[in-house]
Write a protein that binds this ligand. Structure first.
Ligand code: GRF
Length: 206
């Protein structure tokens, strides 16, 4: 049976599109079982346009953050995911959600973590004057933008870069890295691609 990926987004959904494209072609032996967002966004429209199942779970519709986390975990769990991917999901998830998907929840972040965690990673990298930044895919733990690192790829900054130009080049790399990270997670091939530490921690946890 095809492995099932659920993608959580908040924005343009270019990472979600890269995964859906890889699933439609032969680069990823999986299906996108659903795309969920915390708000209406362009990525959700793209997903719906491709015939994917979509759903908004807006924190404003719940009395508390933990109720929202519970509802979101319920919606995602109902899709029976083998892998849950945070691809530009701009809300912090609490333990109720994170603990519902042990060793199945990954995030992509536009910096070489642990440098520049948080919502302004690309801007902060530029402001810091770094010559190299990049992208990280990691397993999600209870801290923001933190957890065993699966894959990282560097991206060089260029003279005259703006947040927009640099983020666009990072996203190009992210779209390749994301597919590889999903492939690794779904195949259990966690020692590939430099994910040795994450892999061994995962195996110990299993
Ligand atoms: C990506 O750069 C990802 O690393 C970050 O948010 C961005 C999402 O972009 N977490 P998109 O919505 O997939 O285009």
């Amino acid at each position: 049976m095809a492995r099932r990926i659920v993608v959580l987004i908040s924005g343009t959904g270019s990472g979600m599109t890269a995964i859906a494209d890889a699933c439609s072609g032969d680069r990823l032996d999986a299906v996108v079982a659903g795309v969920l967002a915390d708000r209406s966004c362009a990525g959700l429209e793209l997903a719906a346009g491709r015939g994917l199942r979509t759903r908004i779970v807006d924190p404003a519709d719940y009395p508390s953050r933990s109720e929202w986390n519970r509802a979101l975990a319920g919606e995602v769990g109902a899709l029976e995911p083998d892998l849950v991917l945070l691809a530009g999901f701009m809300r912090v998830l609490g333990p109720v959600f994170v603990d519902a998907f042990p060793r199945r929840l990954i995030n992509i972040h536009p910096s070489l973590l642990p440098a520049f965690p948080g919502a302004h990673a690309v801007k902060e990298a530029l402001e810091a004057g770094v010559k190299v930044t990049g992208t990280t895919v990691h397993l999600v733990d209870h801290e923001v933008d933190h957890g065993p690192i699966l894959l990282q790829e560097p991206v060089r900054t260029q003279p005259g870069d703006t947040e927009t130009t640099l983020h666009a080049r990072i996203k190009e790399v992210e779209h390749v890295v994301l597919v590889e990270a999903c492939r690794m997670m779904l195949s259990g091939d966690l020692d590939a691609g430099g994910a040795g530490a994450a892999g061994s921690r995962l195996h110990q946890d299993a």
